[in-house]
Ligand binder design. Structure first.
Ligand code: AQP
Length: 332
């Protein structure tokens, strides 16, 4: 079976709809056909300041949400990144192989550091794509299911894998991005020109999966559309409506063309009311299942411990090979 690897940050409060439709939904599907490794990336989380107690709680919360979304520890390996020290170890090697200019071209860092103020952004935030390279290469992943915003980082990962292999001999599998065209980028409900994101979106533009379902319904009903009334999928001219159609289609399993037909001659109000209902039907059981996992932290921790053990088995083997190739003297 080909292997996939991906990660998600232990976000405060809740995952958002972009995280789910862009990434986690694919993770659930891929565990059926792939040897799947999924992790909660707490090392990445501390690239911005974190309260220690909250970080711990958010890591469990992330695990609970992933299980609630449908990850099955019998079908995939679910673990916490800091439980596998090989990530930081391989990252150092990758740091030393990446050019400063090359790392500086990562647009996500440019965006985020501009927002935070260049002087306040940490060196960790700058090198986070390089840690991500190590994350992926340690598992010899064939594919990396992520949202569109991660494409550039996966390309950098391929470049570095090729560089290492060229310099030290064939060691790493070259990974490919696994990005679905339909849901690779979910947009902010209030500003469909930007992606839905925990840092850039306003509260009204961001759907948090664990919010009160009523609040979620309200956000859908007040989503920005346009002055026209026609319900048509047209990303360029009708980005707000197209975003709603994407979300509706994915959550309900109804094709976009079918939805266009269903709402022909009806206004945006009808579309939003129905989508709000679809959304409530999705988030209500998701919240309940998440809470059930949170109520049983021992089970949660034992799933993560088993996952880490399995992940370490693979990661340690790859790291040992990389250490040897680089020329580190083995410890006796
Ligand atoms: N709007 C989105 N559409 C599709 N996919 C998305 N992802 C994030 N936003 C969207 C994908 O979710 C996965 C996990 O993301 P993460 O844990 O790295 O979080 P993030 O990318 O930092 O999420 P945000 O909300 O975008 O955070 P900020 O605002 O801090 O940048 C990834 O696969 C990501 O592509």
């Amino acid at each position: 079976r080909p292997r996939v690897l991906s990660g998600i940050q232990p976000t405060a409060g809740s995952f958002h709809l972009g995280n789910y439709l862009g990434a986690v939904r694919q993770w659930v599907a891929l565990q059926e056909s792939h040897d799947a490794f999924y992790m909660i990336v707490d090392l990445h989380a501390i690239t911005v300041p974190q309260d220690p107690a909250e970080l711990r709680a958010n890591t469990r919360l992330a695990a609970a949400q992933l299980l609630a979304a449908g990850l099955d520890p019998e079908r995939c390996t679910l673990f916490v990144q800091s439980h596998v020290p090989e990530h930081a170890q391989l990252a150092w090697i990758m740091n030393c192989l990446t050019g400063f200019g090359e790392a500086s071209r990562m647009t996500q860092f440019k965006d985020k550091s501009t927002k935070q103020g260049a002087d306040r952004a940490s060196v960790g935030l700058f090198t986070y794509p390089i840690l991500q390279i190590a994350d992926i290469l340690l598992y010899q992943a064939n594919e990396v299911p992520v949202g569109e915003d991660q494409r550039q980082h996966i390309e950098l990962t391929r470049d570095l894998a090729m560089r290492f292999n060229g310099r030290f001999g064939e060691t790493f599998t070259l990974p490919k991005p696994y990005i679905l065209k339909e849901t690779g980028k979910i947009y902010d409900l209030q500003d469909p020109s930007i992606k839905m994101s925990k840092s850039a979106s306003t509260p009204k533009g961001l759907i948090n999966l664990l919010d009160e379902p009523k609040a979620t319904a309200k956000k859908v009903k007040s989503a920005v559309t346009d002055t026209d009334t026609v319900i048509r999928y047209d990303v360029e001219n009708k980005p707000g409506v197209s975003n709603l159609l994407t979300i509706y289609s994915t959550l309900s399993g109804t094709g976009i063309a079918e939805l266009e037909q269903k709402y022909a001659g009806k206004g945006y109000g009808a579309l939003k009311t129905d989508l709000a209902e679809v959304m409530v039907e999705f988030v209500t059981p998701f919240r309940e299942r998440t809470q059930q996992y949170l109520d049983d932290p021992e089970t949660l921790d034992s799933i993560l411990a088993k996952g880490a053990e399995k992940a370490r088995g693979v990661a340690a083997e790859t790291l040992a090979q990389a250490y040897e190739r680089v020329g580190f003297l083995p410890a006796k």
